[in-house]
Design a protein around this ligand. Sequence first.
Ligand code: NAD
Length: 252
Amino acid sequence: MNGEDLKKAARVIKDSQNIVVFTGAGASTESGIADFRSEGGLWSKYDPSVYANYYYFIQDPAPFWKMHRELEDVLEKAKPNPVHHAIAELEKMGKVKAIITQNIDMLHQKAGSGSYKGIPIYELHGTYGLLHCIRCGREYKLEEIDTRNVEYPICECSGFIKPKVVLFGESLPSHVMDEAMKACCEADCFLMVGSSLVVSPANLLPSLAKQQGAKLIFINKEETFMDDIADVVLRGKAGEIFTKLMALIKAT
Ligand code: NAD
């Protein structure tokens, strides 16, 4: 990562009053939650396109729940890392006006985001903490049902219970996507952290924000196919980048 780019990103953030932060799985890898595409972790054992696939879930939820119980253990223990804390700090400073996340791990909330200035957190792919019956729609909190001592949990109506996360083959909750798009249209800066930008329709948001005049900052370990539309690309580990970025923002 080049020092000039870091200074440029700090300047864009300082000059912005309406930042929309967009996070992907890479924002949480430094909290011990593996992303889908990098080597190792849970997803080397469970192919998400099979285990997290709605089509397979409705035929037999047991494989999904086998994988999900292991994921729950990881998510329960995970703590916010410098990325989530820096974003929460930018919210406290009044800079961040919305967070759009593809993650289901609730680490933004654990870092305090949403509670300082009451900004919205749009969870495009849902959250692991809420569940529902896919037959009658009844909602459950994770602590209300036993997911450990059964092959898979079942509702009183005999329907399968599923976390309110968007599986492969399901569409996004349309109102959440609509609100996220609106936030992008109003943003003066779109700050992307830790996404390969290959999952659609979430990956339409950077270009939407750009078309409406936002400056684009991308922070990611690897190149993305949208890097050429970004105003600044910072390549490396997001936690380290945010630590340097926040120091620069506070110093100038
Ligand atoms: P992805 O796995 O496709 O891409 C992650 C990107 O983050 C990669 O380009 C990788 O290079 C980068 N990355 C990894 N570690 C990084 C780090 N420390 N610093 C900076 N960049 C880093 O993730 P995606 O784009 O979010 O899409 C995959 C889907 O995976 C999403 O739909 C999401 O719901 C789901 N998912 C969520 C979690 C979670 O909730 N934490 C974990 C795994 C997958």
